[in-house]
Design a protein around this ligand. Structure first.
Ligand code: G
Ligand code: G
Ligand code: MN
Ligand code: NA
Length: 253
């Protein structure tokens, strides 16, 4: 059983770190940026996936300091990788508890300023459910972030229950199609109809559509046919540590 005290200690002890999954253009595999993914190097249990500790962090409220650390570290790393220019982007996952924290917008602003990156280099990924429970304060926070120049993305898109009229009104730039839809693409009896429908929706609402969880060449070619611009997945690259991500960046420079 994971304990709150362990996670609290881990944060202080520097056991939490970030892996990075490259995001590419699908047409010609140019590097667009990275998604930062939190990991916990536990002294006895080894490397732990976020699925095991993010829920604990959320239950205990530790997600606020943890999320703030992730944000600052991702921005700092982006700065280090941006010496050759400012075209590279970093995506950071944000929990609803962070968004609802009244200090969040200020923390994002500080993380950007402290690192010395452009707000346009940062993308925040929020889940559909955050938006559906859409408290006015949440929407106000999103609007402030977008006004700053930060890009906002809906992660795991298609698994929630966004009403289309509501979606049209949200201050959101991107839809990230949930991996489950990409997974089914190219299987017997699935020619990507759902994904195609999400693309049509994205176009109608002027939202960029990203694909995640691309694992097969078949999925990639179907996505290319759909005109999907950006994507990530094991076929293109697994999440890698900062050093390897730096190497990938150097290859693409
Ligand atoms: O990295 P995968 O490696 O297992 O990530 C699993 C889930 O954990 C994903 O849904 C991802 O969005 C989430 N996740 C990863 N890193 C973070 C983080 O820093 N903050 C939050 N809130 N979620 C994260
Ligand atoms: O929910 P979120 O999109 O943030 O989830 C990111 C998670 O997806 C991470 O756990 C990452 O390791 C995982 N992931 C990335 N690419 C693939 C893939 O191609 N297949 C599968 N099964 N998982 C992937
Ligand atoms: Mn994500
Ligand atoms: Na996702």
């Amino acid at each position: 059983l994971l304990l709150e005290s362990e996670l609290r200690r881990a944060l202080g002890a520097g056991e939490i770190y970030l892996d990075y999954q490259p995001i590419y253009t699908l047409k010609d595999k140019r590097l667009n940026g990275f998604e930062a993914l939190a990991r916990w190097r536990h002294p006895e249990r080894g490397i732990m996936e976020p699925a095991t500790f993010i829920p604990l962090a959320e239950e205990t409220g530790l997600i606020v300091p943890l999320g703030n650390w992730v944000l600052r570290e991702a921005c700092r790393q982006m700065r280090e990788w941006s010496k050759g220019g400012d075209g590279l982007r970093m995506s950071v996952n944000v929990s609803s508890l962070q968004l609802n924290d009244h200090e969040f917008v200020g923390q994002v602003q500080r993380a950007i300023a402290e690192a010395g990156i452009l707000p346009t280099q940062l993308t925040l990924e929020v889940t559909e459910s955050i938006l559906m429970n859409g408290a006015p304060e949440t929407l106000a926070a999103l609007t402030s972030l977008r006004d700053m120049g930060v890009t906002l993305s809906i992660d795991d898109f298609g698994t929630g229950y966004s009403s289309l009229s509501y979606l049209a009104k949200l201050p959101i730039d991107q839809l990230k199609v949930d991996r489950s839809f990409i997974e089914k693409m190219g299987e017997e009896g699935d020619n990507g109809e759902i994904v195609r429908a999400i693309f049509t929706l994205g176009q109608a609402l002027s939202k960029q559509v990203f694909a995640e969880g691309i694992e097969t060449a078949k999925q990639l070619s179907l996505l290319q046919e759909l005109g999907c611009e950006f994507g990530q997945g094991f076929l293109l690259s697994h999440p890698v540590n900062a050093e390897r991500a730096g190497g990938i960046l150097a290859e693409h420079a």
